[in-house]
Design a protein around this ligand. Sequence first.
Ligand code: AMP
Length: 427
Amino acid sequence: MFSLMFKRIPGTKDILPDEADCWQEIEGISRSIFSLYNYREIRTPLLETSSLFDRSLGRSAEIVQKQMFLIKGKEDIFALRPEGTAGIVRSFLENNLDKTYGFSKFYYIGPMFRFERPQKGRLRQFQHIGCEAIGSLDAALDVEAVSLASNLLDAFSVKDYKIKINSLGCAKDKEGLASRLKKAFRSKLTALCQECRERFDRNVLRILDCKKEACRQAAEELGIGDSYLCPECKSHFSQVKKGLDSLKINYVITPQLVRGLDYYTRTVFEITHKALGAQDALGAGGRYDNLVKELGGPDLGAVGFAFGVERLLLVHSPQSTVHSKNLVYLITLGEEAKKEGLKLLDSLRKNGIACDTDYEGKSLKGALRKANDLGAGYVLMLGEDELKKGTVALKDMASGIQEEVSAVNLVQALKGKICLRPIAAVN
Ligand code: AMP
Protein backbone atom coordinates (compact mmCIF):
# COMPACT_ATOMS: atom_id res chain seq x y z
CA MET A 1 0.00 0.00 0.00
CA PHE A 2 1.24 3.51 -0.78
CA SER A 3 2.20 5.36 2.38
CA LEU A 4 2.93 9.05 2.45
CA MET A 5 6.01 10.18 4.40
CA PHE A 6 6.42 13.91 4.73
CA LYS A 7 9.92 15.32 4.55
CA ARG A 8 11.27 18.54 5.94
CA ILE A 9 11.83 21.38 3.47
CA PRO A 10 15.44 21.47 2.15
CA GLY A 11 17.46 24.02 4.09
CA THR A 12 15.51 23.49 7.32
CA LYS A 13 16.58 21.33 10.25
CA ASP A 14 14.96 19.18 12.90
CA ILE A 15 16.73 19.84 16.18
CA LEU A 16 16.45 16.47 17.89
CA PRO A 17 16.74 16.20 21.70
CA ASP A 18 20.49 15.38 21.82
CA GLU A 19 21.26 18.41 19.70
CA ALA A 20 18.67 20.54 21.52
CA ASP A 21 20.73 20.00 24.71
CA CYS A 22 23.67 21.69 22.95
CA TRP A 23 21.41 24.51 21.74
CA GLN A 24 20.23 25.10 25.29
CA GLU A 25 23.82 25.20 26.46
CA ILE A 26 24.77 27.80 23.82
CA GLU A 27 21.65 29.84 24.53
CA GLY A 28 22.15 29.67 28.31
CA ILE A 29 25.78 30.81 28.03
CA SER A 30 24.71 33.65 25.70
CA ARG A 31 22.06 34.89 28.09
CA SER A 32 24.46 35.05 31.00
CA ILE A 33 27.24 36.73 29.01
CA PHE A 34 24.84 39.28 27.50
CA SER A 35 23.58 40.15 30.95
CA LEU A 36 27.18 40.75 32.11
CA TYR A 37 27.23 43.54 29.53
CA ASN A 38 23.77 44.76 30.60
CA TYR A 39 22.00 43.66 27.41
CA ARG A 40 18.32 42.75 27.90
CA GLU A 41 16.30 40.37 25.79
CA ILE A 42 13.93 41.60 23.10
CA ARG A 43 11.58 39.36 21.09
CA THR A 44 10.14 40.77 17.91
CA PRO A 45 7.79 39.07 15.40
CA LEU A 46 9.09 36.67 12.77
CA LEU A 47 6.86 38.47 10.29
CA GLU A 48 7.43 42.09 9.32
CA THR A 49 6.27 44.27 6.47
CA SER A 50 8.61 43.52 3.58
CA SER A 51 9.24 47.21 2.90
CA LEU A 52 10.98 47.44 6.30
CA PHE A 53 13.79 45.34 4.86
CA ASP A 54 13.85 47.18 1.50
CA ARG A 55 14.28 50.38 3.43
CA SER A 56 16.89 49.21 5.91
CA LEU A 57 19.01 46.56 4.18
CA GLY A 58 18.69 48.40 0.86
CA ARG A 59 16.83 47.42 -2.29
CA SER A 60 20.05 46.36 -3.93
CA ALA A 61 21.09 44.00 -1.13
CA GLU A 62 21.27 40.36 -2.21
CA ILE A 63 19.05 39.37 0.73
CA VAL A 64 16.29 41.73 -0.40
CA GLN A 65 16.65 41.00 -4.09
CA LYS A 66 16.85 37.24 -3.98
CA GLN A 67 16.44 35.76 -0.54
CA MET A 68 13.29 37.00 1.15
CA PHE A 69 10.40 34.66 1.88
CA LEU A 70 7.44 36.83 1.00
CA ILE A 71 3.80 36.33 1.91
CA LYS A 72 1.13 38.30 0.13
CA GLY A 73 -1.40 39.80 2.53
CA LYS A 74 -4.60 41.63 1.47
CA GLU A 75 -2.99 45.04 1.22
CA ASP A 76 0.58 44.42 2.13
CA ILE A 77 3.46 42.07 1.49
CA PHE A 78 4.95 40.46 4.57
CA ALA A 79 8.39 38.96 4.88
CA LEU A 80 9.74 36.27 7.16
CA ARG A 81 12.55 38.22 8.80
CA PRO A 82 15.92 37.55 7.15
CA GLU A 83 17.82 39.24 10.01
CA GLY A 84 17.12 40.84 13.38
CA THR A 85 18.39 44.43 13.28
CA ALA A 86 15.65 46.03 11.15
CA GLY A 87 12.82 44.60 13.27
CA ILE A 88 14.51 45.65 16.50
CA VAL A 89 15.02 49.22 15.32
CA ARG A 90 11.38 49.25 14.14
CA SER A 91 10.29 48.05 17.58
CA PHE A 92 12.60 50.50 19.37
CA LEU A 93 10.94 53.38 17.54
CA GLU A 94 7.36 52.07 17.51
CA ASN A 95 7.47 51.54 21.29
CA ASN A 96 9.14 54.92 21.92
CA LEU A 97 12.05 53.23 23.67
CA ASP A 98 14.30 56.06 22.49
CA LYS A 99 12.23 58.35 24.72
CA THR A 100 11.75 55.92 27.62
CA TYR A 101 15.26 54.54 27.92
CA GLY A 102 17.50 56.57 25.61
CA PHE A 103 20.63 54.50 25.02
CA SER A 104 19.49 50.85 25.01
CA LYS A 105 21.06 47.42 24.74
CA PHE A 106 19.10 44.45 23.43
CA TYR A 107 19.90 40.84 22.69
CA TYR A 108 17.83 38.32 20.77
CA ILE A 109 17.79 34.62 20.03
CA GLY A 110 15.54 33.34 17.27
CA PRO A 111 15.07 32.01 13.76
CA MET A 112 15.83 33.93 10.55
CA PHE A 113 14.78 32.96 7.04
CA ARG A 114 16.60 33.34 3.75
CA PHE A 115 15.76 31.67 0.47
CA GLU A 116 19.26 30.41 -0.29
CA ARG A 117 20.60 27.36 -2.08
CA PRO A 118 21.10 25.00 0.86
CA GLN A 119 24.59 23.65 1.56
CA LYS A 120 26.76 22.92 4.61
CA GLY A 121 26.34 25.86 7.01
CA ARG A 122 23.83 27.58 4.72
CA LEU A 123 20.20 27.02 5.60
CA ARG A 124 16.87 28.57 4.72
CA GLN A 125 15.84 28.70 8.35
CA PHE A 126 18.69 29.28 10.78
CA GLN A 127 19.08 30.67 14.27
CA HIS A 128 20.69 33.97 15.18
CA ILE A 129 22.05 34.94 18.55
CA GLY A 130 22.64 38.64 18.30
CA CYS A 131 22.56 42.01 19.97
CA GLU A 132 22.02 45.68 19.23
CA ALA A 133 23.16 48.72 21.23
CA ILE A 134 21.26 51.79 20.05
CA GLY A 135 21.94 55.44 20.85
CA SER A 136 25.68 56.09 20.78
CA LEU A 137 28.39 57.12 18.36
CA ASP A 138 31.14 56.32 20.86
CA ALA A 139 33.99 54.21 19.45
CA ALA A 140 34.16 52.47 22.87
CA LEU A 141 30.84 50.83 22.01
CA ASP A 142 32.34 49.29 18.85
CA VAL A 143 35.16 47.96 21.03
CA GLU A 144 32.69 46.56 23.55
CA ALA A 145 30.73 44.83 20.76
CA VAL A 146 33.82 43.11 19.32
CA SER A 147 35.03 42.12 22.78
CA LEU A 148 31.58 40.79 23.69
CA ALA A 149 31.53 38.69 20.50
CA SER A 150 34.97 37.36 21.32
CA ASN A 151 34.04 36.61 24.95
CA LEU A 152 30.94 34.76 23.77
CA LEU A 153 33.05 32.55 21.52
CA ASP A 154 35.49 31.87 24.37
CA ALA A 155 32.57 30.96 26.62
CA PHE A 156 31.24 28.60 23.91
CA SER A 157 34.73 27.01 23.91
CA VAL A 158 35.25 27.88 20.25
CA LYS A 159 38.95 28.03 19.47
CA ASP A 160 40.99 29.37 16.54
CA TYR A 161 38.50 31.91 15.28
CA LYS A 162 39.64 34.98 13.39
CA ILE A 163 38.25 38.48 13.90
CA LYS A 164 38.35 40.63 10.76
CA ILE A 165 37.57 44.31 10.99
CA ASN A 166 37.30 47.23 8.62
CA SER A 167 35.79 50.69 8.48
CA LEU A 168 33.39 51.59 5.68
CA GLY A 169 33.32 55.23 6.76
CA CYS A 170 30.23 57.41 6.96
CA ALA A 171 27.52 57.46 4.28
CA LYS A 172 29.48 60.09 2.34
CA ASP A 173 32.68 58.04 2.46
CA LYS A 174 30.76 55.00 1.24
CA GLU A 175 29.36 56.98 -1.67
CA GLY A 176 32.84 58.22 -2.54
CA LEU A 177 34.23 54.69 -2.39
CA ALA A 178 31.39 53.37 -4.56
CA SER A 179 31.98 55.96 -7.27
CA ARG A 180 35.74 55.31 -7.21
CA LEU A 181 35.10 51.61 -7.58
CA LYS A 182 32.67 52.20 -10.45
CA LYS A 183 35.30 54.20 -12.30
CA ALA A 184 38.04 51.69 -11.60
CA PHE A 185 36.08 48.51 -12.39
CA ARG A 186 34.27 49.78 -15.51
CA SER A 187 37.24 48.92 -17.69
CA LYS A 188 37.88 45.61 -15.90
CA LEU A 189 34.41 44.09 -16.03
CA THR A 190 35.46 41.19 -18.22
CA ALA A 191 37.99 40.13 -15.56
CA LEU A 192 35.24 39.76 -12.94
CA CYS A 193 32.98 36.79 -12.26
CA GLN A 194 29.37 36.84 -13.49
CA GLU A 195 28.05 37.66 -10.02
CA CYS A 196 30.41 40.61 -9.64
CA ARG A 197 29.38 41.93 -13.04
CA GLU A 198 25.84 42.08 -11.65
CA ARG A 199 27.15 43.61 -8.41
CA PHE A 200 28.79 46.36 -10.47
CA ASP A 201 25.36 47.86 -11.15
CA ARG A 202 23.59 46.75 -8.00
CA ASN A 203 26.08 47.04 -5.15
CA VAL A 204 29.59 47.77 -6.37
CA LEU A 205 31.16 47.58 -2.86
CA ARG A 206 30.36 43.87 -2.72
CA ILE A 207 32.90 43.23 -5.49
CA LEU A 208 35.55 43.88 -2.84
CA ASP A 209 34.54 40.90 -0.75
CA CYS A 210 34.07 38.40 -3.58
CA LYS A 211 35.94 35.19 -2.73
CA LYS A 212 36.83 34.35 -6.37
CA GLU A 213 40.55 34.68 -7.08
CA ALA A 214 40.19 36.85 -10.22
CA CYS A 215 37.90 39.34 -8.49
CA ARG A 216 40.08 39.38 -5.39
CA GLN A 217 43.13 40.17 -7.50
CA ALA A 218 41.31 42.89 -9.43
CA ALA A 219 40.27 44.48 -6.13
CA GLU A 220 43.75 44.26 -4.64
CA GLU A 221 45.28 45.91 -7.71
CA LEU A 222 43.22 49.03 -6.99
CA GLY A 223 45.22 49.58 -3.78
CA ILE A 224 42.44 51.54 -2.15
CA GLY A 225 43.50 51.03 1.49
CA ASP A 226 41.66 53.45 3.77
CA SER A 227 42.07 56.45 1.48
CA TYR A 228 38.27 56.89 1.18
CA LEU A 229 37.82 57.61 4.92
CA CYS A 230 37.20 61.20 6.03
CA PRO A 231 39.29 62.47 8.99
CA GLU A 232 36.48 61.85 11.54
CA CYS A 233 35.97 58.28 10.37
CA LYS A 234 39.73 57.67 10.33
CA SER A 235 39.95 58.89 13.90
CA HIS A 236 36.95 56.77 14.94
CA PHE A 237 38.56 53.67 13.43
CA SER A 238 41.86 54.44 15.07
CA GLN A 239 40.11 54.67 18.48
CA VAL A 240 38.43 51.31 17.83
CA LYS A 241 41.76 49.69 16.99
CA LYS A 242 43.45 51.21 20.06
CA GLY A 243 40.59 49.99 22.28
CA LEU A 244 40.85 46.47 20.90
CA ASP A 245 44.62 46.54 21.41
CA SER A 246 44.17 47.62 25.02
CA LEU A 247 41.92 44.59 25.59
CA LYS A 248 44.48 42.37 23.85
CA ILE A 249 41.95 41.24 21.27
CA ASN A 250 43.53 39.78 18.17
CA TYR A 251 42.07 41.13 14.96
CA VAL A 252 43.04 41.41 11.34
CA ILE A 253 42.36 44.60 9.41
CA THR A 254 40.61 43.45 6.28
CA PRO A 255 40.00 46.18 3.67
CA GLN A 256 37.94 43.74 1.56
CA LEU A 257 35.34 43.37 4.30
CA VAL A 258 32.35 45.43 3.17
CA ARG A 259 29.22 43.46 4.24
CA GLY A 260 26.23 43.34 1.95
CA LEU A 261 23.76 45.61 3.69
CA ASP A 262 23.17 49.30 3.09
CA TYR A 263 22.80 50.17 6.73
CA TYR A 264 26.39 49.53 7.80
CA THR A 265 28.63 52.55 8.37
CA ARG A 266 32.09 52.88 9.93
CA THR A 267 33.21 49.75 11.83
CA VAL A 268 32.26 46.38 10.36
CA PHE A 269 33.54 43.04 11.55
CA GLU A 270 33.26 39.39 10.74
CA ILE A 271 34.41 36.37 12.70
CA THR A 272 35.47 33.36 10.69
CA HIS A 273 36.59 29.81 11.41
CA LYS A 274 38.50 27.76 8.89
CA ALA A 275 36.85 24.48 9.93
CA LEU A 276 33.61 25.79 8.40
CA GLY A 277 34.79 25.54 4.79
CA ALA A 278 33.19 27.75 2.14
CA GLN A 279 30.65 29.35 4.50
CA ASP A 280 33.29 30.33 7.01
CA ALA A 281 31.57 33.20 8.88
CA LEU A 282 30.51 32.35 12.42
CA GLY A 283 29.13 35.81 12.99
CA ALA A 284 29.26 39.36 11.79
CA GLY A 285 28.15 42.84 12.60
CA GLY A 286 29.09 46.45 12.81
CA ARG A 287 27.97 50.01 13.27
CA TYR A 288 24.86 51.41 11.62
CA ASP A 289 24.64 55.12 12.32
CA ASN A 290 21.96 56.06 9.79
CA LEU A 291 19.39 53.30 10.21
CA VAL A 292 17.40 54.72 13.13
CA LYS A 293 16.94 57.98 11.22
CA GLU A 294 16.25 56.13 7.97
CA LEU A 295 13.36 54.36 9.70
CA GLY A 296 11.85 57.65 10.87
CA GLY A 297 13.58 58.07 14.24
CA PRO A 298 16.11 60.51 15.66
CA ASP A 299 19.73 60.65 14.59
CA LEU A 300 21.21 57.86 16.72
CA GLY A 301 24.30 55.75 16.24
CA ALA A 302 24.14 52.02 16.88
CA VAL A 303 26.20 48.83 16.82
CA GLY A 304 25.16 45.18 16.58
CA PHE A 305 26.22 41.70 15.55
CA ALA A 306 24.82 38.21 15.17
CA PHE A 307 26.16 34.67 15.35
CA GLY A 308 24.61 31.74 13.51
CA VAL A 309 23.89 28.97 16.02
CA GLU A 310 24.11 26.12 13.47
CA ARG A 311 27.60 27.25 12.49
CA LEU A 312 28.64 27.68 16.13
CA LEU A 313 27.62 24.08 16.71
CA LEU A 314 29.79 22.92 13.83
CA VAL A 315 32.87 24.19 15.68
CA HIS A 316 31.85 23.84 19.32
CA SER A 317 32.17 20.72 21.42
CA PRO A 318 29.46 20.44 24.05
CA GLN A 319 30.70 20.86 27.60
CA SER A 320 28.38 18.57 29.42
CA THR A 321 25.65 16.02 29.26
CA VAL A 322 24.03 17.40 32.40
CA HIS A 323 20.66 16.06 31.38
CA SER A 324 21.39 12.35 31.49
CA LYS A 325 23.92 12.17 34.33
CA ASN A 326 21.45 13.76 36.67
CA LEU A 327 18.54 11.59 35.70
CA VAL A 328 17.18 9.14 38.25
CA TYR A 329 15.33 6.15 36.82
CA LEU A 330 12.72 4.34 38.90
CA ILE A 331 11.95 0.66 38.35
CA THR A 332 8.93 -0.73 40.17
CA LEU A 333 8.04 -4.38 40.57
CA GLY A 334 4.36 -5.18 41.09
CA GLU A 335 1.13 -3.15 41.12
CA GLU A 336 1.47 -1.79 44.68
CA ALA A 337 5.02 -0.60 44.02
CA LYS A 338 3.85 1.06 40.81
CA LYS A 339 1.25 3.08 42.75
CA GLU A 340 3.80 4.07 45.40
CA GLY A 341 6.28 4.84 42.64
CA LEU A 342 3.95 7.45 41.19
CA LYS A 343 4.01 9.34 44.49
CA LEU A 344 7.76 8.88 44.82
CA LEU A 345 8.39 10.41 41.37
CA ASP A 346 6.12 13.33 42.23
CA SER A 347 8.00 14.03 45.44
CA LEU A 348 11.42 13.79 43.72
CA ARG A 349 10.36 16.22 41.00
CA LYS A 350 8.94 18.64 43.54
CA ASN A 351 12.39 18.61 45.13
CA GLY A 352 14.13 19.43 41.87
CA ILE A 353 15.33 15.90 41.08
CA ALA A 354 14.86 14.90 37.43
CA CYS A 355 13.45 11.39 37.18
CA ASP A 356 11.57 9.02 34.94
CA THR A 357 10.19 5.51 34.98
CA ASP A 358 9.19 2.70 32.64
CA TYR A 359 5.91 3.16 30.76
CA GLU A 360 6.42 0.27 28.34
CA GLY A 361 5.89 -2.68 30.73
CA LYS A 362 9.54 -3.78 30.57
CA SER A 363 11.05 -6.59 32.63
CA LEU A 364 13.58 -5.69 35.35
CA LYS A 365 16.41 -6.47 32.94
CA GLY A 366 14.80 -4.45 30.13
CA ALA A 367 14.16 -1.47 32.42
CA LEU A 368 17.78 -1.53 33.64
CA ARG A 369 18.93 -1.55 30.02
CA LYS A 370 16.65 1.43 29.32
CA ALA A 371 18.10 3.34 32.31
CA ASN A 372 21.55 2.60 30.96
CA ASP A 373 20.59 3.75 27.44
CA LEU A 374 19.22 6.99 28.87
CA GLY A 375 22.51 7.51 30.69
CA ALA A 376 20.72 7.73 34.07
CA GLY A 377 23.12 8.37 36.95
CA TYR A 378 21.06 6.42 39.49
CA VAL A 379 18.40 3.75 39.42
CA LEU A 380 15.81 3.31 42.16
CA MET A 381 14.21 -0.10 42.61
CA LEU A 382 10.99 -0.53 44.48
CA GLY A 383 9.44 -3.98 45.01
CA GLU A 384 7.32 -5.75 47.61
CA ASP A 385 10.26 -6.20 50.00
CA GLU A 386 11.20 -2.54 49.92
CA LEU A 387 7.56 -1.52 50.38
CA LYS A 388 7.32 -3.64 53.53
CA LYS A 389 10.53 -2.17 54.94
CA GLY A 390 9.80 1.41 53.85
CA THR A 391 13.04 1.52 51.85
CA VAL A 392 14.21 1.91 48.25
CA ALA A 393 17.18 0.23 46.56
CA LEU A 394 19.47 2.92 45.13
CA LYS A 395 21.98 1.88 42.49
CA ASP A 396 24.84 4.07 41.35
CA MET A 397 25.05 3.29 37.62
CA ALA A 398 28.67 4.36 37.28
CA SER A 399 30.11 2.25 40.11
CA GLY A 400 27.40 -0.43 40.17
CA ILE A 401 27.22 -0.06 43.98
CA GLN A 402 23.76 -0.60 45.40
CA GLU A 403 22.53 0.56 48.81
CA GLU A 404 19.28 0.47 50.68
CA VAL A 405 17.93 3.88 51.61
CA SER A 406 14.98 4.64 53.84
CA ALA A 407 12.18 6.11 51.66
CA VAL A 408 11.84 9.15 53.91
CA ASN A 409 15.55 9.95 53.52
CA LEU A 410 15.65 9.36 49.78
CA VAL A 411 15.44 13.01 48.69
CA GLN A 412 18.21 13.94 51.09
CA ALA A 413 20.38 11.05 49.93
CA LEU A 414 19.95 11.98 46.25
CA LYS A 415 20.49 15.68 46.88
CA GLY A 416 24.01 14.89 48.00
CA LYS A 417 24.73 13.01 44.78
CA ILE A 418 23.25 14.91 41.85
CA CYS A 419 22.83 18.34 40.44
CA LEU A 420 19.38 19.72 41.17
CA ARG A 421 17.06 21.41 38.67
CA PRO A 422 15.73 24.84 39.55
CA ILE A 423 12.20 24.60 40.91
CA ALA A 424 9.58 27.26 41.41
CA ALA A 425 8.53 26.21 44.88
CA VAL A 426 9.30 23.29 47.11
CA ASN A 427 6.30 21.74 48.84
P1 AMP B 1 24.61 37.93 8.44
O1 AMP B 1 23.32 38.47 8.97
O2 AMP B 1 24.52 37.48 7.02
O3 AMP B 1 25.79 38.78 8.73
O4 AMP B 1 24.86 36.60 9.24
C1 AMP B 1 25.36 36.52 10.55
C2 AMP B 1 25.66 35.06 10.81
O5 AMP B 1 24.48 34.28 10.65
C3 AMP B 1 26.62 34.45 9.82
O6 AMP B 1 27.95 34.72 10.17
C4 AMP B 1 26.28 32.99 9.91
O7 AMP B 1 26.88 32.40 11.05
C5 AMP B 1 24.80 33.02 10.12
N1 AMP B 1 24.09 32.84 8.84
C6 AMP B 1 23.80 33.76 7.90
N2 AMP B 1 23.12 33.21 6.88
C7 AMP B 1 22.99 31.90 7.17
C8 AMP B 1 22.38 30.80 6.51
N3 AMP B 1 21.76 30.92 5.36
N4 AMP B 1 22.44 29.58 7.11
C9 AMP B 1 23.05 29.42 8.30
N5 AMP B 1 23.63 30.43 8.98
C10 AMP B 1 23.60 31.66 8.42
